[in-house]
Design a protein around this ligand. Structure first.
Ligand SMILES: C[S@@+](CC[C@H](N)C(=O)[O-])C[C@H]1O[C@@H](n2cnc3c(N)ncnc32)[C@H](O)[C@@H]1O
Length: 611
């Protein structure tokens, strides 16, 4: 390419020149000014006018390759770069341009060879070396699993099927991290707002298809749907089980063939030894409940459709979990449905949201759009949402480290000694003895406000008229969502939900904090190991498997929340004994977490002022 000092020379060149070298200079000048089309015109004229023995002919092609590259016309760029090295086969720059164009055209192997050739010719060429290293890294990362691996071959067949069926995802590629764990990466730089995937409706498996399948239709006939605990999962699992039996006869065979075949990472399939790691964790009950729920659904289906027993409970359970880890909820042609979307289901989870998906009636397919720029080779994620690790673990078989969506279930009963509990139950129109919460380690969250409000309610043993006043106020002030209401306000009995109670008194708040500490400590005491011991086990990482490590991450996450509740209760109980000035002074001295500071300002200080 023309260097700076040549620029001034080209200024004097007549634009109508026919001299190839001058035309090349004019082309270079246009190129430097980013006038690529103009540059191409000059280089083309240089090529056309060049004599057979023109010693610069390979440069004209190579420069035009560079201009085409800038215009993202990679095929033309490759053609010119190839021509340039055909003319002069020891031209390193030509090989660099060839490698660059090949890389953009996703010809990984070719770009590796071309960049290697450029280094061979010019070992000191930094640019060639850099390019080669990038191409090599990309190639290695794209080929952790050999082409001959059956998993890889199945995937190649899926891609052929998808593309022949009209799916479009030119900027995406699949990477295998191991034969069974895969993810989607950017094959090229992706810009925010770009549509990166389109899967036509015909390649989507929907709930309706499952309901119309031979066994699905029988299930519908026997009215199983409303009785199933997880109807959509049950029907979609049934569809996959049937199609799997058809083998290559199934129109969805290429998709069904790439679905996971092992499910050991899902807690419901843990061995006794792995399950022992869950001792004391409230999560264990969720795992057992899930096993029971799946069995209940399976037994129900078998009882009305006897041929269902051709599938074992274990097969049903596996596919049922596979469904929950890959299902999409969509609206197709105005109808809400659920289903499998090949390729879209290959995106792994990460927050914050980097892509967004929807079914587009207009495009007649499922589309994914990038919300941010995504660099070449970066992994492309889908956010499965802010969820507690118990949900990720149970339904998807993985754990998010440092997850800010973690929760611990707590059941809070009215105290045995509460002689006003019947009145309270009536007041809120809920006769149950307890309420279930999922507490978090952030008192600023809405769910924690509800929790604290309920604690205040059940622990309140002072002047009951105060609660009655809240009920009356809530009933008269809460606008309804409910369209049945004529005056736009709630039914008086529905107004008070015990979830919007502000701090009531220092005495009540102290009882709340003590109770919170007690409940958290009760759960904590159920684990055979402490939080610190779990952290040490994770740190040492000796003999941990993927699953046992996940359990440790899971249960230590629960303990972290419990610790926060206990620690916050201790701090707040101390603050409730201070005067207002002292709270301010102490806040400066204590190392408080953000939510604890807010709690002091919003709860403790107003209570002290009130007293
Ligand atoms: C919708 S699929 C994604 C594609 C999947 N990786 C595959 O190879 O088929 C969901 C499954 O991917 C895995 N997965 C997704 N996100 C993950 C993450 N952030 N960490 C670990 N595993 C993840 C889990 O096994 C999960 O059940």
């Amino acid at each position: 390419m023309g260097k700076g000092k040549k620029k001034s020379k080209s200024k004097q060149i007549n634009k109508n020149t026919t001299n190839p070298k001058d035309l090349k200079e004019l082309g270079n000048k246009a190129f430097l000014n980013k006038l690529y089309e103009e540059a191409i015109t000059y280089y083309t004229k240089a090529i056309d006018n060049a004599a057979d023995d023109d010693e610069d002919k390979h440069v004209y092609f190579s420069n035009r390759a560079a201009a085409y590259f800038e215009m993202k016309e990679y095929e033309k760029s490759l053609e010119d770069a190839a021509k340039s090295v055909e003319i002069k086969d020891d031209f390193a720059k030509g090989y660099i341009r060839k490698a660059q164009a090949e890389r953009e055209l996703l010809l990984g192997e070719e770009s590796l060879t071309s960049s290697e050739k450029a280094i061979e010719i010019d070992p000191d060429n930094e640019h060639a070396r850099e390019l080669y290293e990038e191409c090599k890294q990309e190639w290695d990362d794209d080929h952790t699993v050999e082409e001959s691996n059956p998993h890889k071959q199945r995937f190649n067949r899926l891609e052929t099927w998808l593309k022949e069926g009209g799916s479009k995802y030119e900027k995406l590629k699949i990477r295998f991290y191991n034969p069974i764990y895969r993810g989607v990466h950017a094959a090229k730089k992706i810009r925010a707002g770009e549509e990166i995937l389109l899967i036509p409706k015909e390649q989507i498996i929907t709930l309706e298809m499952a309901e119309e399948s031979p066994i699905g239709a029988k299930m519908m006939y026997h009215n199983v749907k409303p009785k199933l605990l997880s109807p959509k999962h049950g029907f979609l699992a049934t569809y996959i089980l049937q199609e799997r039996l058809k083998g290559e006869e199934s129109p969805f065979h290429p998709f069904i063939d790439i679905l996971p075949k092992t499910f050991e990472n899902f807690p419901i399939f843990f061995t006794e030894e792995e399950r022992a790691y869950l001792e004391g964790s409230p999560f264990l009950a969720q795992v057992l409940e899930k096993i029971e729920d799946i069995k209940t659904d399976y037994d129900l289906i078998c009882s009305v459709v006897p041929e269902y027993s051709q599938f074992t409970l274990n097969e049903f359970s596996e596919i049922r979990m596979m469904v929950s880890s890959r299902i999409f909820g969509m609206n197709i042609d105005g109808k809400k449905t659920d289903g499998f979307v090949p390729m879209a289901d290959m995106l792994n989870h990460k927050r914050p949201k980097q892509t967004s998906w929807t079914y587009s009636d207009e495009k007649h397919g499922f589309v994914i759009e990038a919300l941010k720029d995504i660099g070449r080779n970066e992994q492309v994620y889908d956010s499965y949402g802010k969820k507690c690790n118990s949900r990720f673990f149970l339904n998807y078989g993985f754990i998010v480290e440092n997850n800010d969506g973690n929760e611990v279930p707590l059941k809070i009963y009215y105290p045995e000694s509460d002689d006003k509990k019947d009145m309270k139950k009536e007041m809120i129109g809920d006769l149950s003895d307890f309420k279930k919460f999922r507490v978090t380690d952030n008192f600023n969250e809405g769910s924690m406000h509800e929790f604290m409000s309920w604690m205040r309610f059940v622990e309140y043993d002072e002047n009951i008229t105060l609660l009655i006043d809240y009920q009356a106020r809530a009933a008269s002030q809460t606008p309804v969502n409910d369209s049945d209401s004529e005056d736009g306000y709630n039914d008086p009995n529905k107004g008070f939900k015990a979830k919007d109670l502000p701090p009531l008194s220092i005495r009540n708040e102290k009882k709340v904090l003590l109770r919170m500490k007690l409940e958290a400590a009760k759960v904590e005491a159920g684990y055979p190991t402490t939080y610190e011991e779990d952290l040490a086990l994770l740190e040492a990482d000796e003999g941990l498997t993927f699953n046992t490590r996940n359990v440790l991450l899971m249960r230590s996450g629960e303990k972290k929340i419990l610790r926060h509740l206990i620690e916050t209760a201790d701090i707040m109980l101390r603050y409730l004994d201070y005067g207002l000035t002292e709270t301010r002074k102490q806040m400066k001295e204590d190392k408080l977490k953000k939510d604890q500071e807010v709690y002091i300002k919003k709860v403790i200080q107003p209570l002290i002022k009130m007293s």
